[in-house]
Design a protein around this ligand. Structure first.
Ligand SMILES: Cc1cc2nc3c(=O)[nH]c(=O)nc-3n(C[C@H](O)[C@H](O)[C@H](O)COP(=O)(O)OP(=O)(O)OC[C@H]3O[C@@H](n4cnc5c(N)ncnc54)[C@H](O)[C@@H]3O)c2cc1C
Length: 258
């Protein structure tokens, strides 16, 4: 019987991989990473996937240390008392220590028409879908990126580099978390690329329609493709409501080795 300490890492993104690789350096520890996808997704490449310059997928064998086990699955419940993680696909995995590294997701467009006509960018599947839409969209067609934070800035820049006409709707200040000098540099860089930065009071998007976005200041901007890069949320897996004590059966149906 394996007497090593069992460490389970929920989430195989940057944080989960770094933690797993660090912990596995101890001889007395067995590390398992649970992640829904078979491959590592370097999320900070997703805007490049949208622009067609990166596929944003890396084999876990390139990033996970030898000996770390990968379970392809989604943690649906954490039972902190029984120390088990229940998988959405069925079965559960026991642990002595759990590392919680589930990252974030796009909270989704909240304004009328956005769920229907705007494309999020924050997950692999969303970025792939958007890439496909852009492939079918003529380069001169107007593209609007909603969200003046880092993801919006990077996405707008990437698409402008492809020669697209991009408007970046900030809903307020461009790069609200940037130092003023970094904000000036970002604006200069975006302007040089041809991005129209639409910032200031009342520049929040109030509605998205087929072929247009509406702003709080009354303007309507033509937009053949509208990209939603505003608003991130966190999974509620660790919410007290979600952490409960189910009866657990141990099964590792989706188990693969890294
Ligand atoms: C388009 C874009 C561009 C970005 N550019 C930059 C940049 O230039 N620089 C920068 O520093 N940051 C950038 N970021 C932010 C950066 O990607 C995140 O800060 C980073 O990914 C966070 O790492 P993480 O490991 O915490 O989470 P993630 O990378 O999101 O990894 C979380 C992992 O947990 C998995 N997971 C979620 N729920 C479960 C569950 N229930 N069970 C099992 N697994 C689960 C997910 O599938 C994922 O694999 C960008 C983000 C986006 C979307």
């Amino acid at each position: 019987m394996d007497k090593r300490i069992k460490v389970v890492v929920v989430g195989g993104g940057y944080a989960g991989v770094m933690a797993a690789n660090r912990v596995t350096q101890r001889d007395d520890v067995a590390v398992t990473v649970i992640n829904p996808r078979q491959a590592f997704v370097p999320r900070l490449r997703l805007h490049q996937l949208v622009g067609g310059t990166h596929d944003a997928v890396v084999d876990y064998r390139e990033v996970l240390a030898e000996g770390v086990e990968l379970v392809v699955g989604t943690a649906a419940r954490i039972d902190a008392t029984a120390r088990t993680v229940t998988l959405a696909e069925g079965g559960s995995i026991d642990y002595d220590y759990l590392i919680y590294a589930v990252g974030s997701f796009s909270r989704g467009p909240q304004v009328p028409g956005a769920a229907e006509f705007a494309y999020p960018v924050a997950t692999l599947e969303a970025a792939q879908r958007l890439r496909s839409v852009l492939s079918d969209t003529p380069v001169p067609a107007p593209v609007t990126v909603v969200g003046g934070g880092p993801v919006g800035i990077e996405t707008a820049a990437e698409l402008a580099e492809q020669g697209r006409g991009v408007g970046l709707v900030c809903g307020g200040v461009l790069g609200p978390n940037l130092h003023p000098s970094a904000r000036r540099a970002a604006r200069k860089y975006l302007t040089r690329l041809g991005v129209e930065v639409i910032d200031g009071p009342d520049t929040s998007v109030t509605a998205v329609r087929s072929g247009a976005v509406e702003l709080g200041d009354g303007r309507t901007l033509p937009s053949q493709v509208t990209i939603w890069a505003a608003g991130f949320g966190v999974p509620d897996l660790a919410d007290p409501e979600a952490v409960f004590a189910p009866s657990s059966t141990t099964a590792n149906s989706a188990r693969t080795s890294s």
